[in-house]
Design a protein around this ligand. Structure first.
Ligand code: DX5
Ligand code: ZN
Length: 211
């Protein structure tokens, strides 16, 4: 069964506690936290202070997606704030292998994210250090963008590379019931969704539709 990871990016930030409780009630499998630094991506969101303050609200797994330059130095900040999974972008890491080790040293699960133009070959030599691969199906930075179809082939290729390893494939960007079905058919295990979970306010119905 596919897991649904709503992105907090589309929530009402004036009332995060109510939003998170509503997502929990709607049976979200985890909470996707889009951290943007205004450099690696052309948008700025939130950091460890906000994550730490929402940590006591829920037991949901915190899936921190770091869209930042030089994520290596920030790994301890997000681990201390209560992230359970920390995903770094391959494009932002000079020493990806080392960054993954650091994430594990801090007791978190480790993920690598690939922008739409980045080849799956980038993760070939770090597969044994991965818990998750996050395939971006939009260029990161903003919610509400259209799904980039070419990423379906990447999902299938990563699935093949993973083989028998216990690595989950997460897909992020432009997920709606139609693209969700395509991603699942290609091999996705976790779907991140912002717009399609929050649209109209019935989170339970929207999450069920995606599943
Ligand atoms: C994009 C973020 C996504 C995004 C998804 O940079 O990483 O998590 O918020 O939003 P939708 O579902 O609206 O494409
Ligand atoms: Zn994301």
């Amino acid at each position: 069964m596919v897991k649904i990871a709503p992105s907090l990016l589309s929530a009402n930030f004036a009332n995060l506690e109510a939003e998170i409780k509503a997502l929990e009630k709607a049976k979200a499998d985890m909470l996707h936290l889009d951290v943007m630094d205004g450099n690696f991506v052309p948008n700025l969101t939130f950091g460890p202070v906000v994550i730490k303050s929402i940590r006591p609200i829920t037991k949901l797994c915190f899936d921190a997606h770091l869209m930042v330059q030089n994520p290596q130095k920030m790994i301890p900040w997000f681990a201390d704030a209560g992230a359970n999974i920390i995903t770094v972008h391959a494009e932002a890491c000079t020493h990806l292998d080392k960054a993954l080790d650091t994430i594990h040293q801090y007791g978190c699960k480790a993920g690598v994210s690939l922008n739409p133009s980045t080849s799956e070959e980038t993760i070939k030599y770090v597969l044994d250090k991965l818990d998750q691969v996050l395939i971006m199906s939009v260029n990161p930075g903003f919610g509400g963008q259209s799904f980039i179809e070419s990423q379906l082939e990447k999902i299938a290729k990563v699935k093949e590379m993973i083989g028998g390893r216990k690595i989950e494939i997460e897909v992020d960007g432009g997920i709606n019931p139609m693209t969700a079905a395509q991603c699942i058919a290609a091999g996705a295990d976790i779907l991140v969704a912002g717009t399609s979970v929050f649209a109209g306010g019935n989170y339970q119905k929207n999450i069920n539709n995606l599943r």
